[in-house]
Design a protein around this ligand. Structure first.
Ligand SMILES: Cc1cc2nc3c(=O)[nH]c(=O)nc-3n(C[C@H](O)[C@H](O)[C@H](O)COP(=O)(O)OP(=O)(O)OC[C@H]3O[C@@H](n4cnc5c(N)ncnc54)[C@H](O)[C@@H]3O)c2cc1C
Length: 416
């Protein structure tokens, strides 16, 4: 069923009796061409592009919970393509271009809002780094604008410019960046994949792999064994646990990242701000709540809930940046499970086990990557060759010493 204004009108006039479920609830088949483990944004996008770009539809997406229950429905909704490294920037810019046409492509309102993202600069070296980043972005066609203090003041006059611990000197603005309604992305991709014949199997946990003579033949699940020619793992924060079932150790640690929403306020923040000196990112949702987050919790965990010191830390940072928030009340908070890689960059690669593929290590920036990740993973699964845009996202890059360390911080997940 195609969604359109005319459809809403005709349904309204006929008692809204013609709407169909957005996707089916099929029973798992005994065999598929490809099984994707994980019904998050990346898994569903992969299924969608396998069907749409490569005509492969004998596919199952196996999700242990429900569609959107993972990070795809828990993130702070920011999309952007402001990177420096050649391995990253063209990939994220391609993703941003896919976001720009996504709603028309999958015929679903994901509330893509290109309201602009400003990274604040607090020192001469910040300005220097942002100049280089802006140039890298221009070279990739991403567009960027370096602002001085007056330029920032024009858009955000209420920030604390003078008395702050980290005075604001300027910033790097990407006007095409913004926010997207996160769970709608899962729903849109799920609906588009289902319409093309992909089976989305919810409430089905993968509990093991069937590996014989170096080849992966299928998965064991809570709803029985399912065989496939290819198995594509795409489980974000559960990456190390799932790959351990195939006896693989990954250069990934899992940490909790929390997000916060204030009570609804009148429009105050026109765009997204990131406050690098303290580590805070904040925007205002269309419902009025300020949506913000900061650092990962300081210890490894597989829990989807966080601790109080980070709540305090984030609220302090928001106050330091925007003292006008002093009387706003925090409405709710939640946690998600982050697959933090050792250089802060992801993996889209085959493994050493024939028929077993891996996508993960998105750290806390994987939402914006969803369309390009799905596109490139689908390409790898369909052709057995890395997509040129994801060529650097290899599992053996640590062995080869070719890291993609965007911030030059080494193997410290909490700093990426
Ligand atoms: C609080 C927070 C804020 C964030 N903010 C941003 C942001 O503003 N911008 C940005 O770009 N990124 C952000 N991120 C990161 C982003 O959300 C993730 O990197 C991205 O969503 C991960 O990919 P995914 O959507 O496929 O993951 P998920 O939605 O987590 O999908 C993985 C799925 O695998 C399933 N699974 C796990 N194990 C199994 C199993 N054994 N069997 C079957 N299924 C299994 C899980 O249930 C889950 O549904 C944020 C994350 C969090 C938590």
């Amino acid at each position: 069923m195609r969604y359109s204004a005319l459809k809403i009108l005709t349904q309204a006039l006929t008692g809204n009796k013609g709407w169909k479920p957005a996707w089916r609830e099929p029973e798992p088949k005994a065999h598929y061409d490809i099984i994707i483990i994980g019904g998050g944004g990346h898994g569903l996008a992969t299924a969608y592009y396998l069907a749409k770009n490569h005509g492969l539809t004998n596919i199952a997406v196996i999700e242990k919970g429900w569609i959107g229950s993972g990070n795809v429905g828990r993130n702070t909704t920011i999309i952007r393509s402001n990177y420096i490294q050649p391995g990253n920037e063209p990939f994220y810019e391609f993703s941003l271009k896919l976001w720009e046409g996504l709603e028309q492509d999958f015929n679903f309102n994901a509330m893509v809002s290109q309201r602009g993202l400003l990274m604040l600069a607090h020192s001469d070296s910040d300005i220097d780094r942002f100049s280089r980043m802006g140039n890298a972005m221009h070279l990739a066609g991403a567009g960027a604008q370096l602002l001085d203090k007056k330029g920032v003041e024009k858009i955000y006059p209420f920030l604390d410019f003078e008395n702050a611990r980290f005075p604001i000197q300027g910033g790097l603005l990407q006007k095409r960046a913004g926010t997207v309604r996160h769970d709608a992305v899962a729903w849109g991709y799920a609906r588009g994949a289902d319409a093309r014949g992909v089976d989305i199997i919810q409430n089905c946990e993968v509990t093991g792999f069937q590996i014989k003579n170096g080849k992966c033949l299928g998965v064991e699940t809570t709803r029985g064994n399912i065989n496939a020619n290819k198995i594509a793992v795409c489980v974000a924060g559960s990456s190390s646990r799932v790959m351990a079932m195939a006896d693989m150790r990954l250069p990934i640690e899992s940490h909790v990242l929390q997000a916060f929403v204030s009570e609804g306020l009148k429009p105050v923040l026109p765009g997204v701000i990131t406050f690098g000196a303290g580590h805070l990112y904040i925007s205002q949702s269309d419902k009025g709540g300020l949506v913000f987050g900061g650092d990962i919790d300081g210890y490894n965990s597989y829990a989807q809930r966080g601790n109080l010191p980070v709540v305090e830390d984030c609220c302090e940072e928001a106050m330091a940046l925007m003292p006008i928030l002093g009387r706003a009340r925090l409405l709710r908070s939640w946690g998600g499970l982050m697959d933090m890689s050792m250089d802060g960059s992801p993996f889209i690669d085959k493994t050493h086990i024939d028929g077993l593929y891996f996508n993960g290590g998105w750290c806390y920036g994987g939402f914006k990557a969803t369309p390009a990740s799905g596109w490139c993973y689908a390409h790898l699964l369909a052709s057995d060759k890395s997509h040129t845009l994801a060529n650097e996202f290899r599992l053996d890059r640590f062995k080869r010493g070719v890291l993609i360390d965007e911030k030059g911080q080494g193997a410290q997940p909490n700093l990426h």
